[in-house]
Design a protein around this ligand. Structure first.
Ligand SMILES: Cc1cc2nc3c(=O)[nH]c(=O)nc-3n(C[C@H](O)[C@H](O)[C@H](O)COP(=O)(O)OP(=O)(O)OC[C@H]3O[C@@H](n4cnc5c(N)ncnc54)[C@H](O)[C@@H]3O)c2cc1C
Ligand SMILES: *[C@@H]1O[C@H](CO)[C@@H](O)[C@H](O)[C@H]1NC(C)=O
Ligand SMILES: *[C@@H]1O[C@H](CO)[C@@H](O)[C@H](O)[C@H]1NC(C)=O
Ligand SMILES: *[C@@H]1O[C@H](CO)[C@@H](O)[C@H](O)[C@H]1NC(C)=O
Length: 514
């Protein structure tokens, strides 16, 4: 039991670890709680009494810096009533507890958003107008275990910082590929890594989640404790609680080979053919990690091809890439580098502070399908090519069975994929533009592209229902894409660990279960 004294001279007893549901009526009179939490019509005055300087409001530099560090301008432009910046798991627990109590007393007045790196582009996924944002950036521990087998990683880290700290010790973890992307969102939503063909998704390499539940309780979820929650968190995003630490498996890792290679767009069908043969290789080389990009350039109204080629060993021009590298190149930055350098290079092309849209689909591995999508996109882009600042990129990533078959060995995940799904390819559309007045036009073009691509995929027998949550647009439903069985298990875990549905009803951002 913990005592928190209120600067107003009141004393409230908050037994952390007792469900907020039991506590509301028992120890906090409605009048008292209303006075504390309801002052000024928001939760923020009450939160400040308990959390002090860890709560900031408009005009304060902590608040401004937090907003400026969002990836998309849409989210940077939301203005929460206050931002909580917890520095410990206990702060997170107290925040969730108070927001839970507040939500009951002031329905709709204490809604909140969960934010780690802040890289989900769609508006409201990680920030909120007229609510409270919990910014986890100060939970940035990177603690290697004595035996070097695991690392405790805080959700507020950026991958650059995680890899930078581990690289000096010859270690790495299975995480993101762009420097500034955050740990919390990527790792609860799946996580595609340069190491995924070797080890699976980021979620397949987590030994323990330390998580704050709706009640304010801090629990662990692993292969022995809260096993249903453990599996649910491997893909269930922010639906169950706030993860305050990930125990990630550590792997020995030295320098790698990689970079971007540009190819003449006239050979694009050969590049697609390479994609299909790499993805479908009977003996997929697990050190190869490839992203094929076709990008529309507004200034020249032309398309270019610039692919991320990475090999997680210091081997230049490895055989896996030779059929591609034999095609005429326009530039080539591939070299032996360390992982932090590679993440910085991938981060360059995606800076913060612009209007952004991500949309995704999954198809069966097929060069013909890639070619059809490219055709559809060439027409689709015309509907938005005149918009100020438009950048329109299609990225395709191999999801060979070697990735989807890894989950089983660590107890499974919630993504609903396994070896029986066969070799797949992920499609990501990224659009950036300047003005809010163009948001609706861009969104409608993106919906159109995917509607046409999915229709084509169905007619070619290449459709797959999976949607990668971390790339999904607001209007997509990645949880249903996990399949009925996985969705039902996620819903059951929510009923068990968050019976009143705090994370369903009072956290409007993110992809919901119900
Ligand atoms: C430039 C760029 C590069 C990318 N590269 C990759 C890549 O290589 N591989 C890949 O898989 N994805 C990649 N992504 C997608 C990325 O995984 C998502 O954008 C992801 O949401 C980023 O994590 P974050 O912590 O920054 O997210 P945030 O936007 O902060 O959070 C996303 C969601 O996760 C939930 N959440 C966040 N933190 C927690 C927590 N601690 N506990 C519970 N729930 C939480 C929240 O509900 C929130 O809605 C990339 C994105 C960008 C913009
Ligand atoms: C990380 O390690 C440091 C030093 O060993 C320790 O003081 C700290 O408590 C650890 N942090 C977490 C969150 O485990
Ligand atoms: C990784 O590369 C960068 C840039 O060359 C360098 O500054 C850094 O020291 C390297 N890290 C390690 C661990 O060698
Ligand atoms: C859009 O943004 C550009 C660049 O910021 C600006 O010059 C232009 O006037 C804006 N157009 C509209 C319609 O707002």
């Amino acid at each position: 039991m913990k005592l928190y004294s209120l600067s107003a001279g009141l004393l409230a007893i908050l037994p952390l670890g007792v469900a907020a549901d039991d506590l509301v009526v028992a120890s906090v009179s409605n009048d008292l709680a209303n006075m504390v939490l309801g002052n000024a019509g928001t939760c923020c005055v009450g939160l400040k009494l308990f959390l002090g300087d860890k709560v900031s409001v408009e005009g304060q530099s902590v608040y401004t810096n937090s907003l400026e560090s969002y990836f998309s301008l849409q989210n940077a432009q939301l203005t929460p009533n206050c931002i909580i910046t917890p520095t410990s798991k206990e702060d997170v627990a107290l925040s969730v507890f108070l927001l839970n109590v507040g939500s009951k007393l002031l329905p709709g007045r204490c809604n909140f958003a969960i934010r780690s790196g802040g890289h989900t582009p769609w508006v409201g996924a990680n920030n909120i107008d007229d609510g409270v944002t919990i910014d986890l950036s100060k939970l940035n521990q990177v603690n290697v275990s004595k035996d070097r087998k695991t690392v405790d990683v805080g959700p507020g880290n950026r991958w650059l910082d995680v890899y930078g700290r581990l690289e000096t010790q010859g270690l790495t973890v299975v995480g993101g590929r762009a420097s500034i992307v955050g740990v919390g969102g990527l790792t609860t939503g799946g996580g595609i890594s340069y190491f995924s063909p070797r080890y699976g998704y980021a979620v397949d390499n987590i030994d323990n989640f330390e998580v704050v539940l709706a009640s304010g309780q801090i629990v662990n979820a692993n292969s022995k404790t809260n096993t249903d929650l453990f599996k649910a968190l491997k893909g269930g995003s922010g639906n169950f609680g706030i993860v305050t630490s990930f125990t990630m498996r550590a792997y020995e890792q030295g320098p790698m080979w990689g970079g971007f290679v540009g190819f003449d767009i006239s050979t694009i069908d050969k590049q697609f053919a390479f994609f299909e043969s790499l993805t479908g290789s009977a003996n997929y080389d697990p050190y190869a990690s490839f992203i094929l990009n076709v990008v529309y350039d507004q200034a020249t109204t032309s398309w270019s091809a610039s692919h991320s080629v990475v090999y997680s060993k210091p081997v230049a021009n490895p055989p896996a890439y030779q059929p591609l590298l034999a095609l005429p190149q326009t530039f080539n930055t591939a070299d032996v580098k360390n992982l932090t350098q590679l993440t910085i290079e991938l981060g360059y092309s995606n800076p913060n502070g612009r209007r952004q849209l991500f949309t995704t689909a999954t198809f069966k591995n097929s060069a013909a399908m890639l070619s059809e999508i490219y055709k559809i996109a060439q027409t689709n882009v015309n509907s938005i090519s005149g918009i100020s600042g438009i950048k329109y990129s299609l990225s395709f990533q191999p999801i060979p069975t070697v990735i989807n078959s890894k989950a089983a060995a660590s107890g499974g995940n919630s993504l609903g994929l396994d070896a029986s799904d066969g070799n797949l390819m992920n499609m990501l559309l990224t659009v950036t533009w300047d003005n809010k007045s163009d948001d609706a036009t861009v969104e409608s073009a993106a919906k159109n592209l995917f509607a046409q691509a999915n229709t084509k995929a169905k007619s070619l027998g290449k459709f797959h229902e999976y949607l990668y949550l971390n790339y999904a647009a607001k209007w997509q439903d990645p949880i249903s894409g996990y399949g009925a069985d996985s969705k039902a298990k996620l819903q059951a875990a929510s009923k068990k660990y968050d019976p009143a549905g705090l994370f369903q009803k009072n956290v409007p951002g993110g992809f919901k279960l119900f």
